[in-house]
Design a protein around this ligand. Sequence first.
Ligand SMILES: Nc1nc2c(c(=O)[nH]1)N[C@H]1C(S)=C(S)[C@@H](COP(=O)(O)OP(=O)(O)OC[C@H]3O[C@@H](n4cnc5c(=O)[nH]c(N)nc54)[C@H](O)[C@@H]3O)O[C@H]1N2
Ligand SMILES: Nc1nc2c(c(=O)[nH]1)N[C@H]1C(S)=C(S)[C@@H](COP(=O)(O)OP(=O)(O)OC[C@H]3O[C@@H](n4cnc5c(=O)[nH]c(N)nc54)[C@H](O)[C@@H]3O)O[C@H]1N2
Ligand SMILES: [Mo]
Length: 784
Amino acid sequence: MDTPMRPTPPPTLDGSRRVPQTDETRLQVSEPPQKAAGVPGVLHAMEHALGELGPVRTARTLGRLNQKHGFDCPGCAWPDPDHRSPAEFCENGAKAVAEEATRAVADPAFFAAHSVAELRTWDDHSLGRQGRLTHPMMLDDAASHYRPVTWGEALDVIAEELRALADPNEAIFYTSGRTSNEAAFAYQLLVRGFGTNNLPDCSNMCHESSGSALTETIGIGKGSVSLGDVAGADVIVVAGQNPGTNHPRMLSTLEKAAKRGARIIAVNPLREVGLEAFANPQEPGSLIRGGTRLATDHLQIRLGGDQALFQAWGKVLDEAEREAPGTVFDHEFLASSTRGLEPYLEHVRALEWREIEEATGLREQQIRETAAALAGSRRTVFCWAMGLTQHPHAVATLRDAVSVLLLQGNIGRPGAGVCPVRGHSNVQGDRTMGIFEKMPAAFHDALDAEFAFSSPRAPGHDTVGAIEAMRDGAARVFIGLGGNFVRATPDSEVTEKALERMSLTVQISTKPNQSHMVTGRRALILPVLGRTEQDVQAGGPQRVSVEDSMSAVHASRGRLEPASEHLRSEVWVVTSLAERVLEGRPGAPRVDWAAWREDYARIRASIGRVVPGFADYEQRLDLPGGFVLPHPPRDTRSFATPSGKAEITVNPLVYPRVAPGHLLLQTIRSHDQFNTTIYGLDDRYRGIRRGRRVVFVHPDDLDALGFADGDTVDLLSHWRDGVPRRASGFRVVAYDTARGCAAAYFPETNVLVPLDSYAETSRTPTSKSIEISLEAHVHEESAV
Ligand SMILES: Nc1nc2c(c(=O)[nH]1)N[C@H]1C(S)=C(S)[C@@H](COP(=O)(O)OP(=O)(O)OC[C@H]3O[C@@H](n4cnc5c(=O)[nH]c(N)nc54)[C@H](O)[C@@H]3O)O[C@H]1N2
Ligand SMILES: Nc1nc2c(c(=O)[nH]1)N[C@H]1C(S)=C(S)[C@@H](COP(=O)(O)OP(=O)(O)OC[C@H]3O[C@@H](n4cnc5c(=O)[nH]c(N)nc54)[C@H](O)[C@@H]3O)O[C@H]1N2
Ligand SMILES: [Mo]
């Protein structure tokens, strides 16, 4: 039997607005290594897993990860290959699993020993290390500590608070992207049945810009490639993404392409080790040879300079086409399937190199060389992640990325296409299931027909809108299905105050986090099963399903014994809540929630009738590897835009400019975290150990600003509202980044991101584009 154990680390106050913790005697900075993964990566993974799980659980758990009859990795959304190796996981996937399958528990004794006020000063690393939540817990009005409650009492409190609202739009229903398709579908139905579209999700802060730009230009907000397309491409652009840390299994695919001689162009202000060279742990030979070189080119672009780069590539492609007509552009495709070529060409022809160089920080020659590679390629894939989506002009940037591909017909043919690399393991599936504040009318129509009700049609709040509504008193109840809302969102102080105005905050979680400590008048923690655990309901053992970054849907089945007998599945929680909230409510959808809870196949049967592409859902889940959803541009080169064509768009060139003496800050992940879950304090690939409060700055910028490597500084953000925003006590690290740009880890820096600084159209917070200045840190005034 696994015995519960609880490590009790001293609380380190590492939060954004908390007491600064820079401790130069602990924090270590060294040269970054030369290549990613390999034996050290696997050893780190095993070490971490063994520490959390012990040997038996480690073998039982990691052996089932991403296997055909196992569970889906709760890490990232990179797809599984058809031919899986016996160890189809990466270092960070193993960490994600260990984090969930840990034997440590945060039980009622833990909550009795520590007040909420005390736990609020703990950082997320210390909170997460307590282990799995075991009991539903409630914080009563004016209470200092959480106390255990029964599920019945907890659900009654929520139903009572929801029913007491003057308007259903006063409730916010957040979702994080680990939720299964089944739970997500039931949840959105509960929310719409209750009468609101207030369904913000983590995607609003993540790939919303990709969804917006792709829907506008190609008619569907999802990537168009398969794993085979990426492996088979001649040119792969990897822009604004750090796969070595965040999508390590992508390195195997890039390695295949590299071995075929593909040109891999990394576009990144940082030289990310994972893109330089890769030693595949599944191929011993690769380790001996020192690994495969991945990126052939590194364009060290300035933050937010990508739009200029993409337009410049379009400009050079046009020149090449005019020099040798018929050799670069795909005229047949352009004529039959696109719109807007002429105005686009007019726009890019007028661009001036001086401005392109200023925007990108690159030289004309570098851009011409890489454009020549594109011109000579018949199979090009663009991959990207947060480096492109979290800027004010992110949507325009991505429209311009699409245009470059369209010029050469690089969509809907083998080895070519768009590849937004998703974050959370089921964030794409949640959106497919209707987790969105503004689903298309066709979805509502199908939902209404299936459940004989009238779903509300007015758009709900997205993440930024939800915070504004709570801040302004227009919302009273917050419910989070997974995630860590208070730490993941921008403008931490504003968000904290907003949540504190709620009459009830509810977090449906697996592990303790800060969102449990920043509460409304009353608060609930509802502990749920994770992906790795068995889910047995009245109808027998259940499976759930998820969709990866490439639209493949497959089943996931946990095998471990649950961390506590009091845990319930997300589907159980949602359907039980729905019964209590919707019973007897006029106009409620017609659903047998108890039947859904007993057998999730009944939920899938409804999904099959509501969501396109899910016919015969149950049977097709039995297929090895699941099934792939339809994608018109990929499948038939058809484009469901209003014009029926793929849109080549004209976007005015925008790039960030900061005041003299200021820097542009991006906020990123270290190698030892999953979003707000901090596994440890090492960022091995960037040479940082035992600490997180660091800011990476180019040595020449440091000279110019009068600072030096090793200094301790405060980061001050500058925004048009003039509100002072400060993150204190960061060790300066001289680092190889583009000039004028800085980097620091999130969530410590979220306090610096103004709530109303978000991308045009997608309203994604601009987490990679924050104007800051450095100020020498004064140790004495450390307490805030
Ligand atoms: N282990 C682990 N895996 C994860 C996660 C995790 O936290 N840990 N998070 C998951 C989630 S939700 C997501 S969304 C993904 C995130 O995956 P990534 O997007 O890779 O994550 P970030 O750390 O935000 O890294 C952004 C990258 O873009 C670069 N960049 C920043 N700004 C710009 C720019 O203006 N232009 C260009 N060209 N590059 C830029 C940065 O230098 C960095 O390399 O990973 C997922 N997988
Ligand atoms: N400054 C800055 N801010 C950012 C970003 C950035 O790059 N910079 N990135 C943004 C991005 S891309 C994203 S996706 C968001 C992430 O925002 P979120 O998705 O809200 O945050 P996570 O840290 O992934 O959520 C972790 C919590 O989820 C819970 N959890 C884990 N597994 C499960 C499960 O199976 N079920 C349930 N119910 N709960 C579970 C645990 O309690 C854990 O504490 O953050 C965004 N915020
Ligand atoms: Mo994300």
